[in-house]
Design a protein around this ligand. Structure first.
Ligand SMILES: *Cc1c(COP(=O)(O)O)cnc(C)c1O
Length: 368
């Protein structure tokens, strides 16, 4: 079986052992080292480590003071973490449609979703490519909104040379399958020192110094053990991104022209880091997307379906008081992507022969 993701943390061992022997396992000097390196890579002044991508989003929203009565505009074609983080703050969600080219917020639809109570614009950078920050950043500025980027899949991606997570408040996930991982983990990036200070308080019970609690907070801290897993991966980020790009090019060369299949096209000015290689399986393809998933599974090719439903369309969110009543048909592009998107293996552990196998099996299954 060719898996959709492979975890490779071989060079972390010595640093992890160093932490184990130090006897100091919680947040400490290793987290600080990781934060400094992370800020450098993302071209931001501050990076604040937390224990998941979800808590990165929660902390970012908390730090800008989002709560009941506020609205957050985001995409319905997303992982549930984004929605859950917004709901957790007490704010109301407003959805806008996406574009089929970048799977991210469509600026025209986004403008329509912004209202008098909107406080935050929360675009996600999906699959390793940034959203259209050339339009979304000015839109946030024009309406005086905080910009929180869900960069969970976009570490290292850039828009016209500017890194994902450096436009507003960047929220990263370091979950096991992400391009850089600590097993579980998250990071928040920003340039504003006052905001970074607030994030550090929110992360640690609102504590300024021993016995001095400035605001209500929780424990979102990352441990030094986790930071030690992540640090060595930053040093070879260029190498892993290059391998993903190489695999993506090979997949596109091999798959272009397959009947009913649309290959992903990196947009001009956007540095794609290929967290996922996501094709669309159109209505006229020989198999539906879901039939193709089963067929590829039988042929030994792992796939991922991100995301089969719009986020508000899951049972657990129906009738939620912070989610406006919506129908997938209200977001036609997102609804089409939910039906057609299929991610194929693109990770650095693939051999040339693995990539050839993926291409051959997909083409064959679709009658090419
Ligand atoms: C992975 C991911 C998250 C959630 O991160 P966790 O670390 O699993 O909490 C949020 N948003 C996006 C886009 C992600 O890919």
């Amino acid at each position: 079986m060719i898996p959709i993701a492979v975890v490779d943390v071989r060079e972390s061992e010595s640093l992890v052992i160093e932490v184990l022997r130090s006897g100091s396992l919680a947040q400490g000097p290793m987290v600080e080292r990781f934060e400094e390196a992370f800020a450098r890579v993302t071209g931001t002044k501050h990076a604040v480590a937390v224990h998941s991508g979800t808590t990165a989003l929660v902390a970012a929203l908390q730090a800008v003071g989002v709560g009941a009565g506020d609205e957050v505009v985001t995409s319905p074609f997303a992982f549930v973490a984004t929605l859950n983080a917004i709901l957790w703050t007490g704010a109301t969600v407003r959805f806008a449609d996406v574009t089929a080219e970048d799977f991210a917020l469509d600026p025209t639809s986004t403008r329509k979703a912004i209202g008098p109570r909107t406080k935050v614009l929360l675009p996600g950078h999906l699959f390793g490519q940034t959203a259209d920050m050339g339009e979304l950043l000015p839109l946030a500025e024009e309406h005086g909104l905080h910009l929180v980027e869900d960069a969970g899949q976009a570490f290292g991606a850039a828009f016209h040379g500017k890194q994902a997570g450096s436009f507003g408040i960047g929220c990263f996930s370091l979950y096991a399958t992400k391009n850089v991982t600590t097993g579980e983990g998250g990071m928040i990036t920003c340039d504003d020192p006052a905001l970074a200070d607030r994030l550090r308080l929110v992360r640690n019970q609102g504590m300024r110094a021993a016995g001095a609690y400035e605001l209500p907070g929780l424990n979102y801290r990352m441990s030094d053990l986790h930071a030690a897993v992540g640090i060595p991966q930053l040093a070879r980020l260029d190498e892993t991104v290059a391998a993903r790009r190489h695999n993506a090019r090979q997949l596109t060369t091999g798959l272009a022209g397959t009947p009913g299949l649309t290959v992903p096209k990196p947009l001009p000015g956007r540095d794609h880091v290929w967290h996922q290689y996501t094709v669309l399986i159109g209505k006229h393809a020989m198999l539906s997307r879901d039939e193709l998933v089963a067929e590829l599974d039988a042929r030994g090719v792992g796939t991922g379906v991100y995301y089969p439903k719009l986020v508000f369309d899951h049972e657990g969110f129906r009738g939620h008081p912070q989610i406006p009543e919506a129908d997938p048909a209200d977001f036609p592009v997102a609804a089409k992507l939910a039906e057609q998107a299929l991610s194929l293996p693109v990770h650095p552990a693939l051999t040339e022969s693995d990539v050839d196998t993926v291409v051959r099996e997909v083409r064959d299954a679709l009658g090419a």
